[in-house]
Ligand binder design. Structure first.
Ligand code: FAD
Ligand code: DLZ
Length: 508
């Protein structure tokens, strides 16, 4: 019989579908899991994220033990600083023929692991991560020779491949994309269902106490912790979404609401990303809801596109273009991140609400991340690396494979257009159209300059003006540039001067 293997399970790989666990032999192979300072500290992680991962890891370790495995589990208080140190310690306790693990989700860790064979002195077998729907080699093949990568074409191939929302060879309903039906602004049209009551178990309470002590300066109001930490509990939260919120998901997908941080969103990204839920059953469940008449095609298509399309696509782009990707900065944006990103203390209501809930809960929905916070960072020319680090730390679902293309690429257009064909830049009027924050705001989206003018308005034109050379090369920006240029010179100068004043006041 061959010797024991040591299997390292990372905090975002918590499922029996982890390929490193697929051939694991109970009673022979050992599993190592570790809460370590290096992973918990490489950005200022939200405490909700740390509690979610540590508690889910401890629950999963128990599940593996029940399945007959020996699990070598290190807690943060054991003082091991890195995953490598944890593996070394586990090997000290009992030797192994090889170390196996599923490929990590971040380039930084992949690079570190490539040195472990020599430091640990045993072969290291890194299994490709098969928990996604698109294989990375297939994505690279798909991307090869294309002048521009576009999610829409990738997504159509994925729909055909997984036969999701297909009627024969045609997309259900005859169209691939129903986005146009999914853009309603929020005017309190519906009542937003209350999320079910949440109970904290003993393991999670202990983790909350430990994290509160160990990370006193990290964001996250743990009195509001309500995240599932087991597969069953994550499934129950998704079931609740399908029953109570899915039907309105599409219509209000792009809406911004004073009264709710999440409207009809699913709140499952954190579970998909750490292995408590799997993407295919989630998509199949939503298709079944549509086929049973429980949600519209526009809703089902909109939802499935996010997971089958965007989620897989951003991962493909990340691994295709790293590590050079992270160095990109299209607009040489380098203004220091304002202090209010860490406090929410700003009088721009939409931004205040979005940042506050991001810090307190580790959650903001897509339009808050893209069109409120990201849009502000883009228009104000905030340092792309500082913005990306903020996103990577603050959100409970953030790992670089998904955070970086979304932040650097989609929100900041900092990746030279690899992710999005044009910058998602918008003025205050867009924010007003999508929701009801402006009514509570001291600024008016109807004004561009002068006391009480919404800062997004002048900053929008400042952005257009300072990047004319770049934007001119993009046919989709033609109309906006023409709009800007047809204003008379004095008006333009006035807007730019006001925007400069706002930048000095708000940013530096
Ligand atoms: P829903 O709105 O209910 O959508 C359903 C699911 O679709 C999500 O759970 C998610 O898995 C997937 N999804 C939707 N949009 C995207 C997308 N653009 N990329 C990848 N998956 C998507 N998502 C993360 O998972 N981690 C991140 O770190 C992250 N950072 C982001 C940063 C920025 C600047 C932007 C604009 C978006 C980011 N997103 C990220 C994508 C998206 O905002 C979140 O997935 C979503 O808000 C999570 O909430 P939800 O589960 O309620 O999503
Ligand atoms: C995010 C995170 C945190 C906060 N802590 C740990 C940890 O203590 N142990 C661990 O195995 N993983 C942790 N993670 C997740 C890793 O950072 C993640 O595996 C990599 O970022 C790759 O996606």
């Amino acid at each position: 019989m061959s010797q024991a293997h040591l299997i390292l399970v990372l905090a975002d790989q918590l499922g029996l579908n982890n390929p490193a666990l697929a051939q694991a032999r109970p009673g022979i192979d050992r599993i190592v899991m570790a809460e370590v300072a290096e992973e918990a500290g490489y950005v200022r992680h939200n405490r909700h994220k740390i509690v979610l991962l540590f508690s889910a890891m401890r629950h999963f370790a128990d599940q593996l033990r029940e399945a007959g495995f020996e699990v070598c589990y290190f807690r943060l208080s054991d003082g091991l600083t890195s995953l490598e140190a944890a593996c070394a310690k586990a090997l000290e306790q009992a030797p192994a023929e090889e170390l196996a693990l599923c490929a990590p989700g971040e380039y930084r860790l992949q690079a570190a692991i490539s040195g472990w064979e020599s430091t640990l002195g045993i072969p290291v077998h890194v299994h490709p991560d098969t928990r996604f729907l698109a294989d990375l080699d297939a994505f690279a093949d798909w991307a090869k020779g294309r002048k521009q990568l576009r999610m829409e074409y990738f997504y159509r191939d994925m729909r055909k491949r997984y036969r999701l929302l297909m009627d024969g060879d045609e997309p259900a309903g005859g169209r691939w994309n129903y986005d146009a039906e999914n853009r309603k602004g929020w005017r309190g049209q519906r009542s937003i269902p209350e999320r079910p009551a949440f109970t904290i178990d003993v393991i999670t309470q202990q983790v909350i106490d430990e994290v509160t002590l160990a990370f006193p300066d990290n964001p996250g109001d743990l009195s509001q912790f309500a995240l599932a930490v087991t597969h069953d509990a994550a499934q129950a939260q998704f079931d609740w979404f399908c029953e109570h919120a899915l039907a309105d998901f599409g219509t209000y997908q792009d809406a911004l609401a004073e009264e709710s941080p999440w409207l009809f969103h699913s709140l499952i990204s954190m579970y998909l990303n750490c292995g408590l839920l799997s993407p295919l059953p989630v998509c199949e469940r939503v298709e079944a809801a549509y086929r049973a008449g429980r949600c519209s095609l526009a809703t089902a298509e909109g939802f499935i596109r996010q997971i089958l399309g965007w989620r897989e696509y951003v991962r493909g782009v990340y691994w295709l273009l790293m590590p050079e990707y992270a160095e990109r900065n299209t607009f040489a944006a380098k203004r220091t991140l304002p202090a209010f990103f860490w406090s929410g203390d700003t009088d721009m209501r939409c931004l205040q609400r979005a940042i506050e809930q991001s810090l307190d809960l580790g959650y903001a929905h897509h339009i808050q991340r893209l069109m409120v916070i990201g849009n502000f960072a883009l228009l104000a020319g905030l340092d792309v690396a500082q913005v990306c680090d903020w996103y990577l730390g603050v959100y409970v679902d953030a790992y670089e494979w998904v955070e970086l293309p979304n932040t650097l690429g989609m929100a900041l257009h900092g990746d030279l257009g690899a992710m999005a064909s044009k910058p998602y830049a918008a003025s205050g009027k867009y924010i007003q159209k999508q929701g009801d924050h402006c009514k509570q705001c001291r600024y008016s989206p109807a004004k561009t300059t002068g006391e009480g003018a919404c800062p997004y308005n002048s900053l929008y034109w400042h952005f257009i003006d300072r990047h004319t050379d770049y934007l001119e090369r993009n046919a989709r920006m033609g109309l906006i540039l023409a709009n800007w240029r047809k204003r008379d010179a004095t008006e333009r100068q006035g807007i730019i001067a006001w925007a400069e004043r706002e930048l000095t006041r708000l940013v530096v």
